[in-house]
Design a protein around this ligand. Structure first.
Ligand code: ADP
Ligand code: MG
Length: 351
């Protein structure tokens, strides 16, 4: 057998590396929206509006009234690993902002066309700049602008044929965007959100600051959901075990749905936690005879050093210290809440 020469190894060009990495951070149109909205929230915005065309493949536009971006920073804004949120690795332990990697905007410029319009406090006019492959295309142009920042991503995945085809064939991402904004809107109830299709005169999500969580949920998910919710809180200040507190709303025995809705924020980050979701579903199917899938809104707060936010490139999952005991505590709390509300109901319905 002839011995085969081993293949040569070479360095990939930076642009290739960046485009590969970008495909991981920006998986679909709704992930662009998530990153942009998180940036707006990090910028202290109290008003965020989203416009989407062709499920996000043609256009995604997020406008906010946050602090804006300095003129001097526009040149490096969309380079990889440029951020205003993190400087040392240790900062990650206590980071409060949702972003920290400085990769989102850069990634978008490797898989789409990005235009930024921004104005900072006290300026007479704003600036607009366009970016491709991490690079600002020309000097920012002065332009009229209202407070804050508007970021436009056009022609997403124009250079990733398989991804684009896949998204065109599969269902439109717009429902995912609406779902995402709905989730942010009930947690960030002091921020007003709107989300619409390009050219539509009606928004699909439209919220103004709410007085209470329940009102926020009612505004977004409707009275049919809000009237069947139970408030639930767990707080644990015993330093011997894990320090955490949770507050939220979970559906009662009257609520009926085929699919679980779980809106979970950990330290104000929208995340997923499969273990917790499963654990809660188990409680519902064991406690309620109808075995409806629950609606859950839950906000968990933990010391930042107990949460590892850096386990997933999209920051979708986080890992928690003492996760098992936290899941246990929440499971127990929901179980006793459901039991007691069930008895009340029976009691009330008796003549
Ligand atoms: P990260 O959020 O991890 O810092 P991004 O690529 O998402 O990285 O954003 C890079 C930087 O651009 C941010 O650190 C922030 O300073 C600035 N920025 C992005 N979006 C906005 C916005 N909507 N308003 C103000 N500044 C923004
Ligand atoms: Mg970001």
């Amino acid at each position: 057998v002839a011995r085969k020469e081993p293949p040569r190894i070479w360095r990939l060009e930076e642009s290739v590396v960046n485009r590969i990495a970008a495909g991981e951070v920006v998986q679909r149109p709704s992930s662009v929206v998530k990153e942009l909205v998180e940036n707006s929230l990090d910028a202290g915005a109290t008003s965020i509006s989203v416009v989407v065309k062709d499920g996000g493949l043609k256009l995604i536009q997020v406008s906010d009234n946050g602090h804006g971006i300095r003129y001097e920073d526009l040149a490096i804004l969309c380079e990889r690993h440029t951020t205003s949120k993190l400087s040392t690795f240790e900062d990650l332990q206590t980071i409060k902002s949702m972003g920290f990697r400085g990769e989102a905007l850069a990634s978008m410029t490797y898989v789409g066309h990005v235009t930024v319009t921004t104005i900072t406090e006290g300026q007479l006019h704003g600036y607009r700049a366009s970016y491709r492959d991490g690079v600002m295309e020309q000097e920012p142009r002065p332009c009229a602008a209202v407070k804050g920042t508007q970021i436009m991503v056009e022609n997403l995945f124009y250079n990733m044929i398989a991804r684009r085809k896949n998204l065109q064939n599969s269902n439109d991402d717009y429902p995912k965007v609406v779902d995402l904004i709905s989730r942010f809107a009930i947690h960030y109830m002091n921020v007003s959100f709107s989300c619409r299709k390009h050219g539509a005169n009606r928004a699909d999500v439209h919220t103004v600051a709410a007085f209470s969580r329940l009102e926020a949920i009612r505004n977004v998910y409707g009275v049919n959901v809000a009237r069947d919710l139970l408030e639930i809180t767990v707080s644990d200040d015993n330093p011997a075990c894990s320090v955490f507190n949770m507050d939220g709303f979970v559906s009662n025995a009257n609520y009926a749905a085929k699919k679980t809705t779980m809106v979970l924020f950990i330290n104000d980050r929208l995340v997923e936690c499969t273990a917790l979701k499963r654990a809660i579903e188990v409680v519902y199917s064991a406690t309620l005879p109808k075995a409806s899938k629950p609606f859950i809104y839950m906000s968990i707060n933990l010391p930042p050093e107990h949460v590892d936010v850096n386990i997933h490139p999209t920051k979708r999952e986080v890992s928690l210290l003492n996760q098992e005991s936290i899941v246990d505590r929440i499971q127990n709390a929901i179980e006793s809440k459901l039991m007691s509300s069930n008895t009340t109901r029976t009691f009330i319905s008796q003549p």
